[in-house]
Ligand binder design. Structure first.
Ligand code: GLN
Length: 248
């Protein structure tokens, strides 16, 4: 499709790629290519700056606490301003698990507090409690999501995330733990900035959400052509079944 391009920045692909989270990028890339939309994926690592005008979608995967710690310091130092400016021009910013935690204000663990970029009004704390692990299905609360849409995947986090009183979750837990195992909330969304605990990776099993993100990143134009999603829908049903969700 002439002149239409989705420009993706993949932050810290070496460090933040737990559970093959980079598979999310592969899905975004393929779904654009199948529609003849050009895609560029730019890996941006430690010490490299982020130019806010160069990207439509900025991605942060999940990671172990130690990798997160290293990336967090760099995120604040070399990328926070760029991220905030990109979000202000409505670029999509998607953080998965550890990446989600870093989009919030802070991640407190042991005797240390990791500062986040503060794009989401959330705080995460890890205490001496069991990790929240298992299959997870949520009912997203998103503008223009398909009717009765579900997101399904896998979660494994020690941190418990609390939303500020007027922050909006990405969705409500159907089965699984979500943000903290008790609020019934999962993830957080503020405009085009989204954080979620869903790994899997998320997008191969939830292709409708990949399209939602592509549309948001391209600001609604062009209207996305329907694809043959036979395999993707089978993957979605399987992820839903794994989380114990079989209804509508
Ligand atoms: N290290 C973080 C936690 O355990 C994030 C883990 C992850 O990205 N899966 O809470």
């Amino acid at each position: 499709m002439a002149d239409i391009e989705l420009r993706i920045a993949a932050l810290y692909p070496e460090q933040l790629n737990i559970y093959a989270d980079r598979g999310n990028i592969a899905v975004l890339e393929r779904r654009c290519q199948w529609r003849s939309i050009d895609v560029t994926v730019t890996p941006i690592g430690i010490a490299e700056p982020l130019d806010p005008d160069q990207f439509d979608l900025i991605y942060l995967g999940g990671g172990q606490d130690e990798d997160q710690r290293r990336c967090a310091a760099d995120l604040i130092e070399t990328k926070r301003e760029g991220l905030v400016a990109a979000a202000a021009r409505r670029a999509v910013v998607l953080g998965i698990c550890g990446g989600y935690q870093l989009l919030g204000h802070s991640y407190e663990l042991d005797d240390d507090t990791i500062e986040g970029v503060g794009l989401l009004d959330v705080k995460t704390v890890r205490r001496d409690e069991p990790r929240l692990i298992g299959n997870l299905a949520i009912r997203p609360e998103l503008p223009s999501a398909p009717t009765a849409a579900v997101l399904a995947g896998f979660e494994n986090h020690g941190g418990r995330t609390q939303l500020a009183a007027d922050a909006k979750p990405l969705g409500r837990v159907i089965n699984g733990h979500g943000n903290d195992g008790k609020s019934g909330q999962e993830g957080c969304r503020s405009g085009t900035v989204i954080g979620t605990y869903l790994h899997g990776p998320l997008l191969p099993a939830n292709s409708w959400f990949a399209d939602w993100l592509i549309s948001a990143a391209l600001q609604g134009s062009p209207e996305l052509q329907t694809l043959d999603d036979t395999l993707e829908l089978a993957a979605h049903r399987s992820a839903c079944r794994a989380s114990g969700f079989t209804g509508r």
